[in-house]
Write a protein that binds this ligand. Structure first.
Ligand code: ZN
Length: 524
């Protein structure tokens, strides 16, 4: 909030921040949650993570009582807004006690900053001042006016109460964000058009819609069951001496296997810069070098730190983030012509498999193979960041090779959109066509459109255990037990699709030095 702090608040923050006594004090953020039809626990975790990684903020969470709480619990829930520079709301639930509502009104009115994320604009249809602050909420069309943006001129088109469509959204998909106020401090330096990771795109939002400055919009494509109009996505509304930023991105549902909407670099940049701007009226947080382009989404790298979930005795002995073209020299290929380096201009730098390999395997098994040369691994944990770039057809897949002895002897995990005896399982190639060896699997894996996925393969030589994880590292999507092969090469590829690998890390007790002479390295 833009107002002078009292002395005792400054003293408090010096105590809290200790070592950072000489730096500028951190922006104090209150994150509100506790009820939401969305997965608010994980959403808050991501929002808090984004703020904390940005380094400027100190975040305190206040969770309201649950929906069925007795009134005593509500009487005890009394967030002290005035102790914070900015309030972030991830709350979409029952009405608050009137006194809490009044406290928030007073806080913003006297100069406080309020940031609304995604479904928080669904909350409180009956609370008039809240609706003034957010401008547009998830309401039916009779509730109030709607706003669309004329794409060519950027002008706001007012849709009268009762006319047009009410609130909704089409299918989740990745979509182009159009920055409407590139000179606004929050948006300065952000590319005017960029691809947001898979998310909902709200349309037909309704409300008093007064004093809105639309910072970003997105075209709601009828082919994705959208409205056919440019929908407001991020906007600012002044309220008294304070301000409110509403950001409709950031859908995250319970059971959703990835949080790409929240972990999109574009979303996090706008969110963190909004909070800084609300607190200080200026923005110092930079636009990251690796920002989404018009064709590629870019996600924040949240790969868990080594040691956290890695078995005892394992060390990080292979780590390739594809930062330079030379990274290709780590690999040998069943057909080098099918692979290339895809640099920063294409989004995340990656080893890209872009066309089918001219390769005939000795037995029915995947055609497209890239192996890390020079090192064979026995027991290991491998973390890979991958993207499937093919089209959906049921067996849309990426493959992960391990225990690779030669083209007729190896294991692979086939992760595909639907399971059957030849797809979405762990397979053994042992001198004949591949055989399914997994004892558990799931119905399939949704690779999405432009999303990066985190794959983890765990193998323990002694027990023969093989486990495969995608995105959710708490439970494997497939598992097997087999000891046919011991140490072997590790690699990636596809049965007959295409994809990208942007990072691979392997933790292992040790590796065996050996070259894979049967394949060849990159052509140039
Ligand atoms: Zn949603």
């Amino acid at each position: 909030m833009i107002r002078t702090r009292t002395c005792c608040l400054i003293c408090l923050s010096l105590l809290v921040l200790g070592g950072e006594l000489y730096g500028e004090e951190k922006i104090r953020v209150l994150l509100l949650d506790g009820q939401n039809n969305h997965n608010w626990v994980e959403t808050s975790e991501s929002l808090r993570g984004a703020l904390e990684r940005a380094g400027l903020f100190q975040v305190v969470t206040s969770s309201s009582p649950p929906q069925d709480a007795e009134s005593g619990a509500w009487r005890r829930w009394w967030p002290d807004f005035r102790a914070f520079d900015v309030v972030v709301s991830n709350y979409n639930g029952q009405s608050w006690p009137r006194a809490v509502e009044e406290a928030l009104e007073e806080y913003v009115h006297s100069g406080g900053g309020l940031a609304i994320v995604h479904a928080a604009n669904n909350a409180f249809p009956e609370w008039e001042e809240y609706n003034r602050m957010i401008g547009l909420g998830w309401r039916d069309r009779d509730y109030g006016d709607g706003i669309a943006v004329d794409d060519a001129s950027g002008r706001l088109l007012r849709i009268p109460q009762g006319a047009g469509i009410g609130s909704g959204h089409g299918r989740r998909h990745s979509y182009l964000v159009r920055i409407r106020k590139p000179k606004h401090p929050i948006m300065k330096g952000i590319p005017v058009r960029w691809m947001h990771a898979t998310d909902e795109l709200y349309h037909g939002q309704r409300g008093p819609a007064l004093d809105m400055t639309i910072l970003a919009s997105a075209y709601s494509d009828p082919r994705q069951a959208g409205s056919g109009q440019h929908e407001p996505l991020v906007w600012v509304i002044p309220y008294g001496q304070g301000r409110v930023v509403t950001n409709l991105m950031g859908h995250h549902w319970s059971g959703q296997e990835h949080r790409n909407s929240l972990h999109c670099v574009g979303f996090q940049t706008i969110f963190t810069r909004s909070v800084e701007w609300l607190a200080r009226d200026r923005v110092t947080l930079p636009v990251p070098d690796r920002f989404p382009t018009t064709t590629e989404v870019v996600m924040v790298d949240l790969t868990p730190a080594p040691g956290l979930e890695v078995p005892a005795g394992h060390r990080l002995l292979y780590n390739q983030a594809m930062g330079r073209k030379e990274a290709l020299r780590d690999f040998v290929f069943s057909d080098p012509a099918a692979w290339r380096y895809s640099g920063r201009s294409q989004g995340e730098p990656a080893l890209e498999h872009y066309q089918q390999s001219r390769y005939e395997p000795p037995h029915r098994s995947p055609l497209n193979i890239a192996l890390i040369d020079g090192q064979q691994f026995g027991s290991f944990v491998a973390d890979l960041r991958v993207r499937q770039t093919g089209r959906e057809y049921g067996h849309r897949d990426l493959c992960f090779f391990f225990g690779f002895q030669d083209p007729a002897h190896f294991y692979y995990a086939h992760i595909a959109s639907r399971t059957d005896d030849h797809a979405h399982n762990i397979f053994l190639v042992d001198g004949r066509a591949r055989v399914k060896i997994s004892t558990t699997t799931t119905a399939g894996h949704d690779w999405g459109e432009r999303d990066w996925h985190q794959v983890r393969i765990r193998r323990d030589l002694e027990s023969g255990s093989i486990q495969v994880f995608v995105n959710d590292m708490s439970k494997p999507i497939m598992s097997a037990r087999d000891k046919t092969f011991a140490e072997g090469w590790i690699g990636v590829g596809s049965f007959d699709d295409t994809g990208k690998l942007s990072r691979i890390r392997i933790w292992t007790p040790e590796f065996v030095r050996k070259n894979a002479d049967f394949f060849s390295g990159p052509g140039d």
